[in-house]
Write a protein that binds this ligand. Sequence first.
Ligand code: EPZ
Length: 427
Amino acid sequence: MDKLIIRGGQRLVGTIPVSGAKNSALTLIPCALLTEEPVTLRNLPRLADIDGFQHLMNQFGVTTAIQGTRPEDFGRTMRLEATRITSSVAPYDLVRKMRASILVLGPMLARAGEATVSMPGGCAIGNRPIDLHLKALEALGAEIELAQGYVKAMQPDGGMPGGDFDFPVVSVGATENAVMAAVLANGTSRLFNAAREPEIVDLCNLLTAMGAEIEGIGTSDLTIHGVKRLHGATYRVMADRIEAGSYACAAAITGGDVRLEGAKADEMQATIHALRSIGVHVDEDAKGIRIAANGALRPADLTTAPYPGLATDMQAQLMALLCKADGTSVLKETIFENRFMHVPELARMGADVTANGRTAVVKGVDTLTGAEVMATDLRASMSLIIAALAAQGESQVRRIYHLDRGYERLEEKLKLVGADIERVGDD
Ligand code: EPZ
C-alpha cells in the first residue's frame, strides 16, 4: 500500500486541470447496456472505480476499448458495445469492491428483462441502504426478490409498464437507477422529488443523445416517455465539481492563487458561496474558476443538503479549510450518518474540532502540525491532504487507496502548483 508524504507551508500557485466527474462516469458507463450500438464516452477519469466498472461490464459480455485521449479532453475515451448480453448477474466479489455497481440494476433490467446484483454492503460513511432503488423500480412495474444477499429484479410479462414514484428522500443513485429503467418502458414514468445533481443532468443528457424522451431535466420532477429502443452516442463526461471544490480548498488554505481549468462554476454555486463567505476570492469564467486567498480566513456555518444545496461530498474538505479560520464554525451533515471520520485525524494535526452526532464545531487554530494520519474514506482522505498542505512540518497520509478511487493523478496535480508531496510505498 502507498502513502503520501507532504511537507506543508507551500503556497499553491498555478493551474490545475479538472478531470471528468467520477460520479457521472459511474452512471454513464452502465447506459451502454441500453442499446446494442456502440456508446463512446469521452473525458473519463483514470480511476480505480472506472477500471472496476469496465471489468464489470466485460462480465456482462460488453466489449470495451480504451481509445486514448482527445486533445481537448483530460480524461480517456472509452468505447462500449453491448451487442449481446451474456450474463445479467453482478457478482458479490465485484460489487463489494465498488458499491456503485448497484447502478447496473436499472439498465440491465430494462435491457435484459432481468438483473441480479449482489447487495452492496455499507461503507465507512454509512450503511447506505438501497430500499429507494427497489421501491422506485417496483413503482415502474418491476418484480423484486431478495435472496442469499442478492437483489433480483424482473420485468413482468409484457414488459415494464412504467409508473409514478415520489421519492420520500432525495437519492442520487435511486434516481439514476429509476431513470435508466424507465427509458425503455412501455409507457410514461414520472419521478417526483428526484435528485437534481449535475450528474443526473449529465445522465439525462446522454440518454437523450441516445434517443430517450425525458422532460424536466435539471428539476426534481422528471417525466420519462419510454421508447422502443435507444441508439448509440458519443458523449463527453462533465467536469468533476467535487474534485474542483477539493482543490479550491487546498489553494485557499495555503493562501494560494490557483486556476481550476475546466471547472463549471454554475454547477458549484453552493461551494463557491461557502468559499466566498470564508473570505476566499473566487473568479468565475466560461472555462474555469480562479481561487485566491491571502491567508485570512473567516469562520462559517455550513449545512450539507441535496443539490443545489452544499454537497455532502464537500463537507470534509471545507472542514479542513475552516480549521485555519479566525473563529468558530459549525458544520451540519444532513445526508450521511457517519461522515465525520476525518475529525479525529484532523485533531492529530492540531485541529480543534468537536463532532456530536451530525454537527461538528470547528474552532480555528493558528497552526496545524504535520502528523502521521490514516485515510478512512474518499473525501475524508482529501481533507487530510488539505490540512497537511497548510501544516507545519511533514505529514504522512496512509491507506491512500481511498484517494485513488476519486482523485486522478492527485500528487501530480498538486505538484503542478508547487506542493511538496510525494507518493512512497508504505512498508
Ligand atoms: C451518491 O451516492 C454519490 N456517489 C456520493 O458520493 C454522494 O455523497 C451521494 O450521492 C450524495 O450526493 C455516486 O454518485 C457514485 P444517495 P448515493 O442515494 O447515490 C439514503 C463520493 O464521495 N438512501 O443520494 O449512494 C442514503 O443512506 C460519494 O463521491 C436511502 O435511505 O447517495 C443517504 O443518507 C460518497 N435509501 C441519502 O439517502 C436508498 O435506497 C442520500 O444517498 C438510497 C439512499
